[in-house]
Design a protein around this ligand. Structure first.
Ligand code: MRU
Length: 355
């Protein structure tokens, strides 16, 4: 199941609409900046790497309808599109990372190149971002698999599987790889209030992949840990700060605190594109706030709180680095002290060369 792809003609991006899962498998074509922005804001496409890939394809699609005979107007249009798409979601660094990469390709193209040729370079860059993500997820899966053994129980939160990336996923990568290799793991998936990514997406992906998965409400995590059913926690990440503090779906930090209490290792898995060495600590990570309706109304047949009841709905929280046993990336397994170990992350692409 491909979650984000570029149409043959290059005039639109097709996404699997994740808001319809698990009941309908529905694809949606995005051809305007507003379509792409809306799809990212409403989580039709979601998960840090996937929104970066979608935005990169989107930049190529949009570039084709920008002035083709005026390089300056073309670059200005591209820059406006980039800022607009980047504003869709602030926390996952992959979105801006991918958009910056795309803009850099255009702004550094040889002045001799005509704009249509620059558009072709943008297409190649977007495809490269997707391909690199597939490779990174595969490497994360290999490293992650070294941390567990046959029969282990794994608790995960939110969705960091193939739907959130390009293939394998990050936190779910080792689990799918284990399945391929005949290693049995038992997964407990937090339902992940309020948007139910764990129920709607993680349990769906694992069930369809033939993995032993048990869905639990978020407030049952302590119980399954106490029962001795969990040997490791695997979670994804939206941004890892230079000191190892990690932003991920709201509720992740609570899982980490519980894991520490029960002496269970807590692993964060993510591509090196999610590590933001320019962001010193978790306090510097912008946290997205979302609409109260997601708490009061969504998924209920009638509202479950009075209209005047106030809600606080942060989409992410930050797990303190002291609670993280290791950060598993495509470049290996990094351990504390993170301010030293994460500095060894290699800059693997053109975008990073001069950072
Ligand atoms: O709001 P979402 O559903 O986009 O949140 C996603 C997460 O928190 C994931 O764990 C994270 O993006 C990692 S995806 C590989």
């Amino acid at each position: 199941m491909i979650n984000v792809s570029l149409d043959q003609t290059g005039s639109s991006v097709t996404i699997l609409d994740q808001t319809k899962l698990p009941n309908q498998v529905e694809y949606r074509r995005l051809s305007t900046a507003e379509d792409i922005h809306e799809a990212i804001v409403h989580l039709r496409v979601r998960g840090a790497p996937a929104i970066g890939i979608c935005a990169a394809f989107g930049m190529y699609v949009l570039s084709r309808s920008m002035p083709q005979d005026d390089r300056r107007a073309f670059l200005e249009g591209l820059s406006r599109a980039k800022e607009y798409l980047a504003s869709a979601r602030p926390t996952a660094v992959n979105l801006r990372w991918a958009l910056d990469r795309m803009e850099k390709v255009a702004s550094e193209a040889s002045p001799a190149l005509p704009v249509p040729k620059i558009c072709e370079m943008l297409k190649a860059e977007a495809l490269a971002i997707q391909k690199e993500d597939m490779d990174m997820c595969r490497r994360i899966a290999e490293y992650g698999l070294t941390l567990v053994k046959n029969g282990d129980g794994i608790l995960t939160h939110c969705n960091a599987g193939p739907l959130a990336t390009s293939r394998y996923g990050t936190a779910l990568g080792p689990i799918f790889l284990a399945k391929e290799r005949g290693i049995d793991l038992k997964v407990f998936a937090d339902e992940t209030r309020p948007l139910l990514q764990g129920a709607r997406l993680t349990s769906y992906e694992l069930e369809r992949g033939g993995v032993d998965v048990t869905l639990i409400c978020d407030n049952m995590a302590s119980m399954v840990m106490k029962n001795g059913w969990i040997q490791a926690c695997f979670v994804g990440c939206d941004r890892v700060a230079a000191n190892g503090d990690t932003a991920n779906k709201i509720g992740t930090s609570g899982v980490a605190i519980l894991a520490k209490h029960y002496g269970i290792p807590f692993y964060v898995l993510g591509p090196s594109s999610t590590i933001d060495l320019d962001c010193p600590t978790g306090d510097d990570i912008p946290i997205e706030l979302r609409a109260p309706q997601e708490i009061k109304e969504m998924f209920y047949s009638q509202p479950m709180a009075l209209p005047e009841t106030k809600c606080y709905n942060p989409a992410f929280d930050v797990t303190d680095h002291s609670l993280i046993t290791a950060i598993v990336t495509d470049q290996g397994i990094f351990r504390a002290p993170y301010s030293e170990s994460l500095r060894k992350i290699k800059k693997t692409n053109a975008w990073c060369d001069d950072q």
